[in-house]
Unconditional design. Structure first.
Length: 398
């Protein structure tokens, strides 16, 4: 799989450049991270000007977390982010926010319920009230990795949500706090497209099964305790901040690498898989909209159109002026540059999954009605932005 074959660890600190790893570890600005000692206790609540609204984001260092933090700060929120303590501080995507006066990071891990509870208490102490919104975006989010690490994936992606919901309940925040859970179109698995809120779930990976547990425990806390908690059932969304182990970014990065002579050939798995790809910026706005509704409701969010991996490849190379011709079938399929005949893409079975999700395409009718949500980025805009980024930024691997 991508993370292993590229010589990087499967954990989320992988995929970052060697250059960054050997430089002096970046220090987080003192007031932004709550250290595990009383020394770092930030300004007492009485002395700070009370924010109108505050939110906690788990997974703030990830693709969606970083865009959501930007979005909420622009809406004048105070934003608290849960961040993992790693040997390498994973703040590449949020570096530009670290000195923002309304942005605070707290060390934590979804696999540690006690820590989660303490972080929530600390957020309440700092703001003088519970956060109005919690976005649980943290996850072991790689489907292929979930086959290798199914227990860990279940701990983070399934039980993590339970720990969070339970902390909200134990802290008696239910009347004050709304919770968003990052559900996924992967839960539909082998159910045929188009998929909407009525489509039966048939998960095809440990990742999707874990997310399904979290989906139902969220429904249960809503029904049992009256918590405003919602599942966003989001289809694939990408950006230049996508980790390079996901197929879109792997492709757009390779376009740049091949052009610069840093790669011989791009090796991919299933070229026939279809996905409904949108832009992360549009999707974080929809997450926020879901928490602004009068009643909590689980919604499907997607573009409503799907493309094969092969189509994504063709479009990405075309954005760089390279026109591809495909030849052969199955594992012998290749794509070559029409102009030069050079082979640029090969199929590599190492990237096949033990069980695949072949075809995801959203029917987002309900969400568009309820939220009045219209994506600003088209599929073409998305591919173009990612390719442009990767043609010019060779070192930013995330
Ligand atoms: P991502 O880039 O992989 O980010 C995942 C985030 O979770 C990172 O900040 C990561 O921290 C954090 N994390 C992982 N394990 C953790 C743990 N044990 N404790 C605390 N934090 C942990 O994912 P994304 O694309 O932004 O997706 C956000 C969420 O939406 C995920 O839950 C994903 O499953 C879900 N989702 C994504 C899509 C999509 O297409 N992007 C679609 C549907 C659903 P590090 O930086 O330390 O690794
Ligand atoms: N990663 C990867 N690498 N995928 C490949 C490759 C490859 O070399 N070649 C083909 N694919 C195919 C996969 O088999 C899959 O069918 C499709 O490309 C998309 O794979 P990913 O980009 O890894 O995303 P995903 O659809 O499995 O999962 C993403 O979207 C889900 C929502 O549907 C992740 O973001 C999940 O966290 C998210 O829930």
């Amino acid at each position: 799989m991508d993370t292993v074959s590229s010589g990087r660890a499967a954990c989320s600190t992988g995929g970052r450049t060697k250059k960054k790893e050997i430089t002096k570890p970046m220090e987080l600005p003192e007031p932004s991270v709550t250290e595990p000692t009383p020394l770092a206790e930030p300004t007492p609540p009485a002395a700070i000007s009370r924010p109108a609204v505050s939110a906690l984001i788990t997974g703030v260092s990830g693709q969606d977390g970083s865009y959501l933090a930007e979005f909420l700060l622009a809406q004048h929120y105070t934003v608290h982010g849960l961040i993992r303590r790693c040997s390498h501080v994973p703040t590449e995507r949020i570096e530009h926010l670290l000195n923002h006066p309304r942005f605070h990071l707290h060390y934590g891990d979804l696999t540690d319920p006690q820590n989660l509870y303490e972080v929530l208490r600390k957020v309440e102490r700092l703001d003088g009230r519970p956060p109005r919104e919690i976005y649980n975006l943290a996850a072991q989010s790689h489907v292929h990795v979930s086959f290798v690490m199914p227990y860990y994936t279940a701990q983070v992606d399934a039980l993590g949500q339970l720990s969070l919901l339970n902390a909200v309940k134990e802290l008696q925040w239910i009347p004050h706090t709304r919770v968003y859970f990052a559900g996924t179109s992967e839960m539909f698995g082998s159910s045929p497209p188009p998929q909407n809120e009525q489509t039966p779930f048939h998960p095809r990976s440990p990742y999707a099964v874990a997310k399904l547990y979290a989906y139902w425990i969220t429904v249960n806390y809503r029904e049992a305790y009256g918590l405003f908690a919602v599942n966003g059932i989001l289809f694939n969304h990408e950006s230049p901040r996508r980790h390079v182990s996901f197929v879109t970014r792997k492709i757009t990065r390779a376009v740049g690498q091949l052009q610069r002579g840093e790669l011989d050939v791009l090796r991919l798995g299933n070229l026939n898989a279809k996905r409904d790809w949108g832009h992360s910026r549009d999707y974080v706005r929809a997450m926020w909209l879901m928490l602004q509704q009068e009643t909590p409701r689980d919604l499907v969010l997607g573009m409503g159109e799907s493309h094969t991996v092969r189509e994504f490849v063709v479009k990405a190379f075309a954005c760089a002026g390279v026109h591809l011709r495909f030849r052969g079938t199955g594992v012998d399929e290749i794509a070559e540059d029409c102009a030069t005949g050079r082979v640029l893409v090969r199929v590599d079975p190492r990237y096949f999954r033990p069980s695949e999700v072949e075809n995801l395409q959203a029917d987002p009718t309900l969400a568009r009605q309820v939220l009045d949500w219209t994506p600003e980025y088209s599929f073409d805009d998305l591919v173009r932005e990612m390719v442009q980024h990767d043609l010019h930024v060779s070192h930013h691997d995330y």
